[in-house]
Every structure is written in structure tokens, then in C-alpha cells.
Design a protein around this ligand. Structure first.
Ligand code: AKB
Length: 340
């Protein structure tokens, strides 16, 4: 391990993990240590200074981090998404909450070793919101970070609690068992909308319908969408999701007025999205086979996010609105991918 700083990424094998690690390696200023439950893909493993195959809920996983590594940021991406969490709430609690406690505890202990604060970056979600009805959703419009904050799903509860837990570790937690407190944790979180990648597919989420449809359409396959055609929730493209995380990580602490920030880019319904795709792809049949349980979940999420605080505090703005996302990022890359 070199004397360079290191970014520790949990959930390295997930969608955001893949994209983030590729970006970190491109930036080239830090080593990357990857943690995942499964052996990371060769494309990830070859880019990392160390790969740890282990469960984030176990302290022993974090104890395997090379003792000479100087970790400046922990990107704690490991999570069970919303649909998967509804199916297995106990496992969701364990991965989404116990995993975060382990990441925060590691960061706290590591801060003593490197004698500086260690940042913990935590992707939260639109699932942290809870809107009571479609009427309430429409009346709410773009939700800021303080509105409608009573989530209705296990994943949403886990994310909301995770945000609060991170703030607690950053601002209040002091080890009573010892006089010597380490420099500590600098927790920063982004409430993401649904994320769409041209290269990878999500698993276990409820906003998966747009990426699933995109990848099916690019292969000329029909797609049965599991939510109604007029369902409106916010989305963004993967490159902007990674950019936002790194912008928040790099923001000077004195510019941050809060620890949890919304970001967003666009909010197409499945029908609107399909009209855009069909301008460039052979007409791919979109039908609807609505799952009442999954529809309830998206109906409890706001139709748009208000990301003014991120714009003001750390200069956030998406590089891609809906048209750019579809025409300049998704379509060219997804078409090329399946043409190979
Ligand atoms: C999910 O659908 O669970 C995630 C999310 C919106 O956080 N994509």
C-alpha cells in the first residue's frame, strides 16, 4: 500500500459502486479499497489496491482493511434496495443499519489512527420520504429535505434512520469509555432519486422500471412495466449521481449548512420515457402489469425533489436533463452495448 490517501468503497459490486470506482480510478489521486459480499467483478478488482470479500454487518470485514492504508473517505454504498427490503425486513435492517454502524465505527477508529476526520458518504434516497396519498403527492410537488419525512417502507425507514445516525456520529457521539476522543467522523449524505445507467442494471429497487425498460427496449424486447404509466418520481443519470457524490465529498466543511442533501435531474413517467426512447429505437412494446405493492411504494415518494440547498452550498447542478440523459447518454451507450 502506498503513502497515498485511500477511498474505501462498500457495496463495490453494485451499480453505483462500479461507476464510482471507475471514476475514482480515472481521477487517479487515491488508492481504492473495495468491500463486497461477493467477489467483485474482474473489472473492479483489477482497479483496486485491496479487495475484501465480506459482510458489512461484521466488524471483522472492516478489520481486514490494510493497516497501513490512510482512508480519507468511506463511501458506504452497500444496501438492500426498497423492493428487496420489503421482502426481507430483518435482512434489510441488518445490511442497511448494522452495516452503517460498522462503517461509522470503522471511520471513527480510523480517524484516531490517521489523526484527522474521516468522511463517511452515505447514499440516502427518495424512499426517505413518505407521502400519504396521490393528492398529497401532487400538492407537495418538489419536496425539500425537511418535508414529508415519515417513510412508509423498511428501506425508507432504514435510510431515514441512517441519515440521523450519521449526523449523531458526526456531531454528538463521544466515547464515554475513554477520555481520548478521536478527531471523528464527517458524515455527508445525498438523497438520490432513481438512478439510470446505460451500462448496468439495478436489482431489488422499485425505481428499476425505467432502467429495465431501457435495457429491454435496446434489445428489441417487450417490457411489462410494474407501475402505472402516469407514475412520476425523480430520476438522474449515473454519471451525474457519481459526480454529485464526489462534489459533496470535496465540498469545504464550512460551506455545508446541512449533512443531508437532495439532488435531482428530471422526473419522466414511464409513458413519457417510452416516447423519447421510441424516437430512436425500433418500437418496443411497453405494457403494464401493475404490482399493487410496488405501486404503493412509488406513490409514497415525491414527484420531484427540491435540490436548492445542494445548488447553493456546493454548486450542484445536473449536467443532464431528461433530453440530454436519453439522447446523449442512455441511447448511444445502450445501443452500442447490445450491438456488440
Ligand atoms: C430503489 O428503488 O429502492 C432505489 C432508490 C430510489 O433508492 N433505486
Amino acid at each position: 500500500m502506498s503513502g497515498r490517501m485511500t477511498a474505501l468503497v462498500t457495496g463495490a459490486n453494485g451499480e453505483l459502486g462500479h461507476a464510482l470506482i471507475a471514476r475514482l480510478v480515472e481521477e487517479g489521486s487515491r488508492d481504492v479499497i473495495a468491500i463486497d459480499l461477493r467477489e467483485p467483478d474482474a473489472s473492479i478488482a483489477s482497479k483496486c489496491a485491496q479487495v475484501i470479500v465480506g459482510d458489512v454487518t461484521q466488524r471483522t470485514t472492516f478489520e481486514q482493511v490494510n493497516p497501513s492504508a490512510r482512508v480519507d473517505s468511506v463511501f458506504h454504498l452497500a444496501a438492500l434496495l426498497s423492493t428487496a427490503s420489503e421482502k426481507n425486513p430483518e435482512r434489510a435492517q441488518s445490511v442497511n443499519v448494522d452495516g452503517l454502524i460498522q462503517a461509522l465505527t470503522f471511520a471513527m477508529a480510523h480517524s484516531a489512527r490517521v489523526d484527522r476526520r474521516v468522511k463517511v458518504l452515505f447514499p440516502s434516497s427518495i424512499a426517505a420520504y413518505g407521502v400519504a396519498s396521490l393528492e398529497a403527492k401532487s400538492a407537495l410537488g418538489a419536496a425539500n429535505e425537511t418535508q414529508a419525512s415519515e417513510p412508509t417502507t423498511m428501506y425508507g425507514l432504514n435510510k431515514r434512520y441512517g441519515e440521523q445516525l450519521g449526523c449523531y456520529f458526526s456531531e454528538r457521539y463521544r466515547q464515554l469509555s475513554t477520555e481520548a476522543n478521536p478527531p471523528g467522523v464527517d458524515f455527508r449524505s445525498i438523497r438520490y432519486p432513481g438512478i439510470i445507467s446505460a451500462f448496468t442494471l439495478p436489482t431489488g429497487g422499485t425505481s428499476d422500471y425505467l432502467p429495465e425498460y431501457l435495457h429491454a427496449a435496446a434489445q428489441g424486447k417487450p417490457y411489462a412495466c410494474f407501475v402505472r404509466g402516469d407514475t412520476r418520481v425523480p430520476f438522474m443519470a449515473m454519471p451525474d449521481a457519481v459526480r454529485a457524490l464526489l462534489m459533496l465529498e470535496k465540498a469545504a466543511p464550512e460551506t455545508l449548512t446541512q449533512r443531508v442533501y437532495n439532488v435531482t435531474a428530471c422526473n419522466p413517467t414511464p409513458v413519457e420515457f417510452s416516447k423519447l426512447l421510441q424516437k430512436a429505437l425500433p418500437p418496443a412494446a411497453l405494457s403494464f402489469d401493475v404490482s399493487a405493492a410496488r405501486q404503493r411504494i412509488v406513490d409514497s415518494w415525491p414527484e420531484q425533489l427540491d435540490d436548492q440547498a445542494a445548488r447553493k452550498d456546493w454548486g450542484w447542478a445536473p449536467t443532464m436533463g431528461l433530453d440530454e440523459m436519453v439522447n446523449e447518454y442512455l441511447l448511444p451507450n445502450v445501443v452500442a452495448r447490445y450491438a456488440r
